[in-house]
Design a binder for this molecule. Structure first.
Ligand code: GLN
Length: 207
């Protein structure tokens, strides 16, 4: 039998448990990531929702920012939800004081774009993977999508989901509605295949 895919969930702050439960239910070996050592041997990673400026600070404090940037930039399949999307973006319109990002997605993001903290909403979104039941909580929107980044979903006319070869990043929470569509994408061997393709491409083109 094939080895169970080992999927990390960044567990510094925010909504970790729901992701772990969904991934375990899909047959993954789901593990919390709190230190650089926890990144060893992962087949994929989830960057959960929470408060992006807090997660950013903790990422740097726990010396996870640099290894995460290397791994995700090198093609580790990644699912980022809400604050996770903010953490991956190249540009933020309205960062908190001192807030940095990993700068791995050629997008611009506006935080808290749908209103105040209490504002939340559920909706079913059309995506190339099928309908996804989404919960929005102080959700960001994507205000600029660079070349090479695919729009995955819109809500009220705004871009709320994007994808590159190995990264799916959404402004909402699929884990809070227990919708497994995007977690299945993360576990899809083709996501890992894409990573291997990239590794091979790098080996071929490296001097
Ligand atoms: N607005 C939050 C932030 O800026 C994200 C909200 C969420 O993850 N639900 O980090």
């Amino acid at each position: 039998m094939a080895r169970r895919p080992r999927i990390g969930v960044l567990a510094l702050q925010g909504g970790v448990t729901e992701h772990l439960d969904l991934l375990t239910g899909l047959g993954a070996d789901a593990v919390r990531v709190r230190t650089p050592a926890d990144l060893a041997g992962l087949d994929g990673i989830v960057l959960p929702g929470g408060e992006s400026s807090t997660i950013d600070r903790l990422l740097r404090m726990f010396e996870l920012a640099a290894p995460l940037r290397t791994l995700i930039g090198g093609g580790l399949p990644t699912l980022a939800t809400c604050a996770g999307l903010i953490i991956l973006a190249d540009f933020l319109e309205d960062p908190a004081p001192g807030q940095q990002t990993l700068g791995l997605l050629d997008i611009t993001v506006r935080r808290n774009a749908f209103g105040a903290q209490v504002v939340s909403e559920e909706a079913t979104l059309d995506t190339p993977d099928g309908p996804v039941r989404a919960a929005f909580i102080r959700a960001p929107i994507v205000t600029r999508v660079g070349p090479g980044v695919e729009v995955l979903a819109r809500h009220h006319g705004q871009v709320v989901g994007v994808r590159t070869g190995t990264v799916t990043a959404v402004a909402f929470h699929p884990e809070l509605t227990a919708d497994t569509t995007l977690h299945q994408w993360l576990l899809d061997p083709r996501a890992a295949g894409r990573r291997q393709d990239r590794a091979v491409a790098r080996r071929v083109t490296d001097p």
